[in-house]
Write a protein that binds this ligand. Structure first.
Ligand SMILES: C[S@@+](CC[C@H](N)C(=O)[O-])C[C@H]1O[C@@H](n2cnc3c(N)ncnc32)[C@H](O)[C@@H]1O
Length: 425
């Protein structure tokens, strides 16, 4: 199961001195390109407090050692404050597209793919699953700054929360509490540490160039200049015609050498125009698996909390939602808790949980929509979140289901956000 590194288990907020948190924010911006401001300062403070408890001298000593160049302190600090939210086949439309495009990217049946910022590996393994269906010789590398996350990735053993998405292959749709990635996939996947803002990537990547690069839900946490610089260097690592898949919000930061192309409602980046006609070897393109029901036990817990709320048993709903958040501090669980406390009349707490949800995942559409519809917030703040929700669903097919405790079709998100946007500001 993967949620957040450090921040996931830390308590909300911390007692750390503001000056120390500010110093840590400046330091991690320089070390890893990460942006911490008022919107996500809590995530930094909580991660720093937690990491400090395991470091001799505490958080202040940890920040001082990291500033002095101590590699272990840097690793501890960055590992504690990066957000590692991920799950298998997250943004299933990307994998549908990869299945369609990969056969055309493979010059000789081989596709080299890179999952940059892979966290605990769910994205990397999903990529391997998708590619093995459609090309003869795929190879996949997953890289991340966080070495602890990479250890989990290499183990290849996942709980149900990692499997809460749709479109899972049959091997992952099993009732067991933990699922291992199939052995044959291991021979095509490797994991290695890489800080995307480090000056030299060659120790990890050599001179490799890739047909396919995924860097999703990573640059959205970066200072914009650092994100732009990484995008430029990712472009250099693509073969001609290779495809870079990023999050919707990253597209506007792309340098001129990367063209954005919309295929089936999904925007991808490429150095030159992607041929989107069906591949000749169409028979090799696997059909998209039918969506699996979301997440076994965890999904049931979400459903039971919703059911308790629906029958008016708010105490039971609250207990279930709090238990779920204690187990997994992720955008969807925080959103569920926000819905329950909102129904209990605790509007300020609901806003706090929703804010934490979008701080953990700035691309969490339904969190932005919830904040955009919150009438206790001022018009400017609501408009900002509604614009964010609209930007995130821009180009997404209307029928696509947008995930959360109360999933909605994209068309509804567009309608609700557009209507509310008229009233905000
Ligand atoms: C939210 S996860 C995204 C995981 C996966 N790409 C997905 O979309 O499901 C962001 C990951 O980016 C990694 N990351 C953050 N800064 C990084 C950097 N400077 N270099 C490499 N990885 C970084 C974090 O450690 C974290 O695992």
């Amino acid at each position: 199961m993967r949620r957040t590194h450090g921040a996931a288990t830390a308590k909300h907020g911390s007692d750390l001195d503001r000056a120390l948190v500010d110093r840590a924010a400046r330091l991690v911006a320089g070390l890893a390109g990460l942006r911490f401001d008022d919107s996500n300062r809590d995530v930094l403070a909580a991660g720093l407090a937690r990491a400090g408890r395991g470091f001799a001298g505490g958080a202040a000593a940890l920040v001082a050692a990291a500033a002095d160049g101590d590699e272990r302190a840097r690793e501890t600090l960055c590992g504690a404050i990066t957000v590692g939210e991920t799950y298998f086949f997250r943004h299933p439309e990307h994998f549908e597209l990869i299945r369609r495009l990969a056969p055309k990217l493979a010059a000789d049946g081989s596709v080299r793919a890179w999952s940059a910022g892979c966290s605990t590996g769910e994205e990397t393994w999903s990529l391997a699953f998708a590619l093995r269906d459609v090309v003869a010789a795929p190879s996949v590398i997953g890289t991340d700054l966080n070495v602890a996350a990479l250890t989990t990735a290499r183990r290849g053993r996942y709980g149900r929360w990692s499997l809460r998405g749709t479109g899972l292959p049959a091997e992952l749709r099993v009732a067991a509490a933990n699922v291992e990635v199939p052995a044959p996939l291991r021979s095509i996947v490797r994991f290695a540490p890489l800080n995307l803002t480090s000056a030299d990537w060659s120790a990890t990547l050599g001179e490799a160039r890739f047909e396919l690069v995924l860097c999703r839900n990573v640059l959205v946490y970066f200072v914009p200049d650092a994100a732009r610089a990484v995008l430029r260097r990712l472009a250099d690592r693509l073969v001609d015609g290779g495809v870079l898949v990023v999050s919707a919000l990253d597209v506007e930061l792309a340098p001129p050498e990367l063209a954005s192309v919309v295929v089936d409602g999904v925007t991808v980046l490429t150095r030159r125009r992607v041929d989107t006609t069906p591949p000749r070897a169409a028979a090799r393109v696997a059909t998209t698996p039918s969506p699996a029901p979301a997440a076994g036990a965890s999904r049931h817990t979400v459903d039971s909390a919703r059911a308790a709320a629906d029958r008016g048993d708010l105490a039971a709903a609250l207990a279930a939602a709090e238990a779920l958040v204690a187990e997994t501090r992720a955008p969807e669980t925080l959103h569920l808790l926000a819905l329950v406390v909102g129904e209990l009349g605790r509007a300020a707490d609901a806003i706090r949980f929703l804010r934490e949800a979008v701080a953990l995942d700035p691309t969490y559409v339904l969190g932005h929509l919830g904040l955009g519809l919150a009438d206790t917030l001022d018009g400017d703040t609501r408009a900002l979140h509604l614009d964010r929700a609209l930007a995130l669903v821009d180009g997404v097919p209307d029928e696509r289901i947008i995930g959360g405790p109360d999933p909605l079709p994209a068309s509804w998100v567009k309608k609700l956000a557009s209507a509310a946007r008229q009233g905000a500001r």
